[in-house]
Design a binder for this molecule. Sequence first.
Ligand SMILES: [Zn+2]
Length: 367
Amino acid sequence: MIDTGSFSTCYGDARKKFLDSVERLQLSVHSIEHELRGPNDEVLAVDVAHLGNLEATRLITVISGTHGVEGLAGSACQVDWLSRFHRTVLPNDIAVLLVHAVNPYGVAWRRRVNEDNVDLNRNFLSHVGTAIHNPHYSKLHDIIIPDAYDGEERIASDARLAEIRNELGEDVFQIATLGQSSHPDGFYYSGDRPVWSNVVLQELMDTYAARREVVSVIDIHTGLGPYGYGLVGIANDPGSTELELARDWYGEAMTTFSEVGQLIGYPDYSAYTDAMLISGIRRMLTGVNVISGGIEFGTYGPEIIQAAERSDAWLYTHGSNASAETKETVRRELLDVYLPPRTDWQEMVLVRAAQVMRQTIDGMANL
Ligand SMILES: [Zn+2]
């Protein structure tokens, strides 16, 4: 039996479980509060727990909530691992940093983006002033956000999107939806400066990670890939020592972003991956060997997720006068596509997350 009690369906419960688990281990929590509040007027914060020796030369960093709503699964993995920690003795020279809900606004409001409608995983641009140039997105912008949540108007909007998708071709359509810096109210927006969570993460890395020799990062996501399957993706460069280490640790159930880029045949793919959080961490930690990875737990496939994302974008753009019931329906749909309300999915996630954590600890111990 796998205990799935670490899962929560709202930020308040997830935060409480995390804080309680940390307290049970008699560890201290470092909380950085956000100025905004959640839908139930709850405090929003990035909560951080450090386990092991602060002077350890190797650090494993596990992050949840980069994509807001996806963070409820990430939180469950962190809480579950904390419940196992009394049985997991960390090797002496390895410490663990758990960063809970790095984008707390997105987790609490059940959005993938943050308080600025920014996709945090596109906000780590190489330097301020750089932007993601994606001319294809402009062709979609007016159509991808539907005029209505349901009814005739939504059907017509879906038909227009299918039409333009057909005109552009599938490859271009996929590239169009990778990220953009031109439409602040649109999909996958990068922002034009480091957002609050980005700045907080920089501070955390300065405090906890900058003086280590080796740092491995696991940024937990959901929504991409086969149902329940957890694929590790590594952002290190082809041929690098870090990438070879990761291959050794994670084996066949691992891919790299450069391989994904080749697969979709898009030469500018690195413009998007450079803006990801795990790429940002590599740049923050100059002089440190960073094995920079994420894990994606698949849910229901791209069509279902995109439909829920479009409803969410409609709510953000046109839905201020929507009924409370409709607002709740949209938020519930988005939650369900990123956090399937099924025990089988949750069990698969926890087993795999514990496995990846075990592989990382073993790998770091054998350096
Ligand atoms: Zn994600």
